[in-house]
Design a protein around this ligand. Structure first.
Ligand code: ATP
Ligand code: MG
Length: 558
């Protein structure tokens, strides 16, 4: 069952517009990614907002690729973005591409020139920058600002026809070089780029700038509420100016909200691109990345991501969300739906000496208090089992209540065992321990009411499957890596640990890719989307059972 959406200032603005029958009661949004990378959880926030509003107001939400930068865009990114949005559970009303509007955008530029609202400038890019002025210093008119309409038209057409080199001319809006808003100091509308575009090929050698393209694309599509992040606040004046000069089908309202920032990770496509290109991660879907495909591979569910985006809210206040908030969303979701299983990550062999040789028996695991059917299953028990190496200590530390020489513990769902002996190799490493079991404790409870302090998990040696388990943790050790010039130095070396000698309950090898489980006492895990198979089972740790970083932060005084 979907929870009703929490209101926010944007929904309040839409409600007010609807109360006045603005846009004839229509609500139309869009999600406008540039296909120059994979989507991340920040985009997820924007997706949930735009598609969520369309859904709740019976409106529409287009997926529009803002593909005006031919150098960095490609079809692989287009496909991944479509896949991720569908996986998140959203369906766009129409699929659009800004590049489909190139001809229209060109015609609108001609219209601006004819109105005396745009001109071809022939200053170099350095000169344009220095003429622009600063926040405290007004800009200066270009000597080409007063070219005649005829000359501007001739030059702009020649730009399109490919008669000039990159950078030789640009088309600029003629607004106000003294404006306190630098975006209004005759912004560039078109530049020359002799680069092939992944959709339009070599059809164009001039490309429209983002600001100019974005508002006109919104207007063409009849978007009513154009939602974007706060850094575009000062671009809104330009957005409105362009639409006011032209005879466009509609004038959408731009509304800005704060972008999502998350601790211990990065959200900038520039940095994500570097991490991928320079092989610091295995690809865009590396389970440590905050990309949608990375989170998916890690084991996040679409519901948990939507829940997270809902929980963090939509405001105008900049902030950074603790990673623990995202982790809690998946923990809560999986607590309710992940079947419980036992897996031993670092196996230690245990021989139960008084258990009849060659005998096996079935015990029943069924202790999940809230969802009994999720834990219930028959387990085979035998005289040789594996337990977790760190559930045994030869000289137990204070407060260590698990197995130790002479000590009795409970094997979950099975019996009490007592350690009687330790077998070591030549180097003094423990290779096996010997125990006895108490047949009167079947099911994990003693007949005489005797209590044990520790309960540990196990798998039967002959009835377990080998598996690879990948433990993932936060990619960066510091909360705000993007603020550091040497961010690569802060990558968490323990962010990926691959264990190849794990033992898991036999039935787990048959689980299809992307199956999610709780490994009791260990955390939530899922079968890897790419690498898991029956002959080579591979599990990813999605999240630990508790937030271990919160504890570390406290002891470090952070
Ligand atoms: P860049 O433009 O630098 O390539 P971008 O992150 O802005 O990167 P876009 O593809 O332009 O990427 O983003 C698509 C949409 O997602 C935009 O509307 C943008 O505002 C929104 N968006 C991007 N990052 C975040 C974020 N961290 N939080 C919320 N919304 C975001
Ligand atoms: Mg952007």
């Amino acid at each position: 069952m979907e929870k009703p959406a929490i209101s926010n200032f944007i929904r309040n603005l839409i409600d007010a517009d609807l109360a006045q029958n603005k846009n004839q009661g229509r609500v139309a949004t869009r999600f406008p990614p540039e296909p120059n990378g994979y989507l991340h959880i920040g985009h997820g926030k924007s997706i949930c907002l735009n598609f969520g509003i369309a859904k709740d107001y019976q409106g529409s939400c287009n997926l529009r690729f803002d593909d005006t930068n031919p150098e960095r865009e490609n079809l692989e990114y287009v496909q991944s973005i479509k896949d991720d949005i569908a996986w998140l559970g959203y369906q766009w009303s129409e699929l659009r591409f800004a590049s489909d509007y190139f001809e229209q955008l060109y015609e609108y530029a001609i219209e601006l020139i004819t109105q005396g609202k745009a001109y071809v400038d022939s200053l170099s890019s350095d000169e344009i920058r220095s003429y622009r002025g600063t926040l405290t210093k007004s800009g200066k008119d270009s000597p080409f600002r007063n070219r005649s309409e005829e000359e501007n038209l001739k030059l702009f057409k020649a730009m399109r026809a490919g008669e000039f080199e990159d950078g030789q001319h640009v088309l600029r809006a003629k607004i106000d070089m003294a404006s306190p808003n630098i975006n209004m100091r005759d912004p560039i509308l078109y530049r020359i780029r002799h680069v092939s575009h992944y959709r339009t090929g070599n059809q164009w050698c001039i490309y429209p700038m983002y600001d100019y393209t974005h508002c006109i694309s919104d207007a063409i599509e009849g978007i009513t509420h154009s939602l974007c992040t706060l850094e575009f606040e000062d671009n809104r004046a330009l957005y409105d100016w362009v639409l006011d000069q032209l005879d466009v089908p509609s004038h959408p309202q731009q509304i800005e909200f704060a972008r999502l920032n998350l601790e211990h990770t990065v959200m900038s496509k520039r940095i994500l691109n570097r991490l991928v290109d320079e092989d610091h991660v295995s690809g865009w879907d590396d389970p440590r990345l905050p990309t949608i495909s990375g989170l998916r591979r890690r084991g996040y569910t679409p519901e948990s991501i939507r829940d997270f985006c809902e929980r963090i809210g939509v405001t105008k206040k900049q902030g950074t969300i603790a990673m623990g908030v995202l982790e809690n969303s998946i923990r809560e979701d999986l607590d309710q739906q992940a079947p419980r299983r036992m897996a031993v990550l670092d196996p230690l062999r245990v021989v139960i000496e008084n258990y009849p040789k060659g005998q096996t028996e079935t015990v029943t695991a069924s202790n999940h208090p809230k969802f009994p059917q999720m834990g219930q299953r028959p387990l085979t028990f035998s005289g040789v089992i594996f337990i977790e190496r760190d559930d045994f200590m030869e000289s137990p530390a204070k407060k260590f209540f698990r197995l130790a020489p002479g000590r009795e513990v409970r094997l979950r769902y099975a019996y009490y065992i007592t350690c009687t002996d330790i077998i070591k190799d030549d180097r003094g490493e423990i290779i096996e321990i010997r125990c006895t079991y108490d047949p009167a404790t079947k099911g994990g409870a003693s007949a005489d009411g005797r209590k044990v302090k520790g309960t540990i998990h196990w798998v039967s040696a002959d009835h377990a499957a080998n598996a690879e388990i990948r433990l993932y943790d936060r990619l960066f050790r510091v909360p705000n890596p993007a603020a550091k010039a040497d961010f690569l130095e802060h990558v968490n070396p323990g962010s990926r640990v691959v264990l190849t000698r794990c033992k898991v309950e036999q039935g787990l090898v048959d689980a299809p890719p992307e199956s999610r489980f709780q490994f009791e006492r260990q955390g939530y895990f899922c079968t890897d989307r790419q690498d898991h198979s029956r002959s080579r089972p591979v599990f990813n740790r999605t999240v630990t059972l508790r937030d271990t970083w919160a504890k570390i932060g406290k002891t470090a005084g952070a």
